[in-house]
Design a protein around this ligand. Structure first.
Ligand SMILES: Nc1ncnc2c1ncn2[C@@H]1O[C@H](COP(=O)(O)OP(=O)(O)O)[C@@H](O)[C@H]1O
Ligand SMILES: [Mg+2]
Length: 254
């Protein structure tokens, strides 16, 4: 579904040079729930921005379903982007618009969606994320978890094959986190949507991910199936992440 080869991203400006990602290679298969874990500043959000080509990689290649994103422009790049739903950290909702208007927003640019088709799709998406009754509410009237659900519904509006989520639970309390992870699992299993979750929380990867990539200071420390990586960690940073998990971790007793 997504192949990242030798991705490097260097930010330059004000005489500063920050290597945010260096020679990162990953392969995400259709149907995976793929976790990218690392400490703050590791380059996780940069990876997501490069994947959507909001940020042009300095070097390296990203293939989305076999298509090289860097070779696309204009309408073809927009079409490729439509195949990826993005849930940004901090939700990025339009505050002056209702829940329904936020979810409808990506459909305004779509062909074949007249007014009736848009309302039907919005109703279906709000039902899916458990917000059937809140269509007319404004974001300010919602809890953090509910705002995150609106952002997920909006990201899914154009039926993307992959959903990219940046720290989807970092602002949520443990119970809301659990419900959010159940929703993402449901979306993966019921709709067959491939999911990439960026997180700094080991418990999130443990709870829902099939695969994980550990990144540290812009480099890939290791990657693979979750039981392999967490069962036999090969890098110091993975061991550090595992060691930091409280002994009474949240999965216990569930
Ligand atoms: N637009 C930018 N310009 C310059 N440096 C940036 C920019 N965005 C991120 N960085 C730097 O790149 C590194 C990785 O950042 P980021 O991808 O946001 O990490 P993470 O999401 O893992 O916390 C950090 O050192 C950060 O300061
Ligand atoms: Mg980040």
């Amino acid at each position: 579904m997504i192949t990242i080869s030798h991705l490097t991203k260097i930010y330059e400006g004000d005489g500063q040079r920050v290597t945010a990602l260096e020679d990162v290679s990953l392969h995400i298969e259709k149907g995976d729930v793929y976790g990218v874990i690392g400490m703050s500043g590791a380059g996780k959000s940069t990876l997501l921005r490069c994947l959507t080509h909001l940020e042009r990689p300095t070097s390296g290649e990203i293939l989305l379903s076999g298509q090289n994103l860097a070779a696309l422009s204009g309408a073809r790049l927009r079409a490729a982007r439509r195949g990826m739903g993005v849930v940004f950290q901090g939700y990025n909702l339009l505050m002056q618009k209702t829940v329904a208007e936020n979810v409808a927003f990506p459909l305004k640019l779509e062909k074949g969606y007249d007014k009736a088709a848009v309302s039907a799709r919005v109703a279906e998406l709000l039902e899916l994320v458990g917000l059937g009754g809140r269509a007319r509410a404004y974001p300010a009237q919602l809890s953090g978890g509910q705002k995150q659900r609106v952002a997920i519904a909006r990201a899914l509006a154009t039926s993307p094959g992959i959903l990219l989520c940046d720290e989807p639970t970092s602002a949520l309390d443990p119970l809301t986190t659990k419900a959010m992870l159940a929703l993402l699992t449901n979306i993966n299993q019921k709709l067959g949507v491939t999911i990439l979750i960026i997180t700094h929380e080991l418990s999130v990867v443990r709870a829902v991910c099939t695969h994980v990539a550990v990144i540290s200071e812009g480099r890939l420390a290791e990657s693979g199936a979750v039981p392999d990586v967490f069962g036999r960690p090969q890098s110091d940073v993975t061991r550090l992440l595992l060691g930091r998990e409280p002994v009474d971790g949240s999965e216990k007793g569930e």
